[in-house]
Ligand binder design. Structure first.
Ligand code: PLP
Length: 387
């Protein structure tokens, strides 16, 4: 049996496993210290009441012969795809229900979309980056180019006309940096992709954190995007679905056979999202659902503001934290990412995420997240301030 040799090119350890190991060792050696985790990438607030109600109602329906459902539709139930399509209309974007495919979270589609593309496509990722784009393409043996995020470009890397790539991954608001592409910047990427016959895979997992008109929630807001972009989105961070699992991918009909190919791939390797989850997701897009999830997002954004304001007062360079739950900072005193991780853990008993774990441009930077409790966030930043 021959294994996929490309796996040998992956970094051996998953970043968060290394963090957990170091953190657990610290807890063992210092059982009396109160550790605060500002590294978590998972939500902590519960599902909105209207979502829970919808899920319970869905359960009741499954317990009755007349309303029982078996395998769901591969592409998602019409009711949810229509609700998503109406949501896009609410900010002026026309996406038809048959361009939307429901999934069990954006990670699956971000990792699997490569199935419909040839092995010899050249990939471009902005660096630092959500590791799934890189790792899934390493597994497939594709060549990967990096567009470097730096302080000069505010961690919004822009296209270089001299670099030719077939598939480009963009994520805005970005994980890990929290940086957002404005309309002009995103238009530059769309123009580059159309000019080079490239495809953009646009990850909008954090779009619900955006509260400014100049920052697009969807790449489909940009003229020309429908002929060069696939968009992925998730209810995980938007509505607390990290454990419930639901997201969606938009493959515009203007991309020709890609829409049909992706459905063909899904019908072969995926059997749909549970009815009760799709009913819960539908509730997110109701007026009441939007109101309730915005309260939770507002809570995380307040935490982000607390972190960002403290860093400003300490004169620590950073981006993000405004339309995102992530804050990306330069490690003080030229420390390396892991050096600062150890320092913060030892001296302030605060856990964050070393930027170098997200790619070469992340070295010397550090990610803090706003998903903790308000009280813990305030206490953590007080400790950082003292340091
Ligand atoms: N895309 C980005 C940029 C993310 O940060 C995450 C999760 O952290 C995902 C996708 C995956 O989300 P999901 O829970 O929908 O799989």
């Amino acid at each position: 049996t021959k294994v996929n040799k490309n796996f040998e090119n992956l970094v051996p350890n998953y970043l968060f496993a290394d963090i957990a190991k170091k953190t657990n060792e610290f807890i063992k050696a210092n059982p009396d210290k109160k550790l605060i985790r500002l590294g978590i990438g998972d939500v902590t607030l519960p599902l909105a009441p209207v979502v829970v109600e919808a899920m319970k109602k869905g359960c009741d329906e499954l317990g009755v012969k007349e309303t029982f459902k078996g395998y769901p539709d591969y592409e998602g139930y019409e009711f949810l795809r229509t609700a998503i399509s109406d949501y896009y209309k609410s900010f002026g974007v026309n996406v038809s229900a048959d361009e939307i495919l429901v999934n069990d979270g954006a990670k699956s589609d971000a990792g699997n979309i490569g199935d419909i593309f040839a092995e010899d496509n050249v990939i471009l990722v902005t660096d630092p980056v959500y590791p799934v784009y890189v790792d899934s393409n390493i597994m497939a043996g594709r060549k990967i180019l990096y567009a470097d995020g730096t302080e000069e470009n505010n961690f919004c890397a822009m296209p270089d006309p001299d670099v030719k790539a077939d598939i480009i991954y963009l994520c805005s608001p970005n994980n890990p940096t929290g940086a957002c592409l404005n309309k002009e910047q995103l238009k530059a990427w769309v123009d580059y992709a159309n000019a080079n016959n490239s495809l953009i895979i646009y990850d909008a997992a954090y779009e619900a954190f955006i509260t400014e008109d100049d920052i697009p929630r969807s790449i489909m807001e940009i003229e020309g995007a429908r002929t060069c972009a696939i968009e992925m989105c998730s209810l995980s961070k938007t509505a607390g679905f990290t454990g419930t699992r639901c997201g969606y991918t938009i493959v515009p009909k203007a991309l020709g056979k890609l829409n049909k190919m992706w459905l063909r791939r899904q019908t072969t390797k995926f059997n749909g999202v549970p009815y009760i989850v799709q009913r819960a997701a539908e509730a997110v897009f109701t007026e009441e659902g939007q109101k309730e999830i915005k309260e939770n997002i507002g809570y995380y954004k307040e935490n982000a503001k607390v972190i960002s304001e403290t860093l400003k007062r300490c004169n620590i360079w950073h981006v993000g934290g405004e339309h995102s739950p992530y804050i990306w900072l330069r490690c003080p005193n030229n420390m390396k990412s892991w050096e600062f991780f150890d320092y913060l853990l030892e001296k302030a008993n605060v856990v964050g995420t070393p930027g170098s774990g997200f790619g070469p441009s992340g070295e010397g930077y550090f990610r803090l997240t706003a998903f903790g409790t308000y009280e813990n966030t305030v206490e953590a930043v007080e400790r950082i301030k003292k340091l």
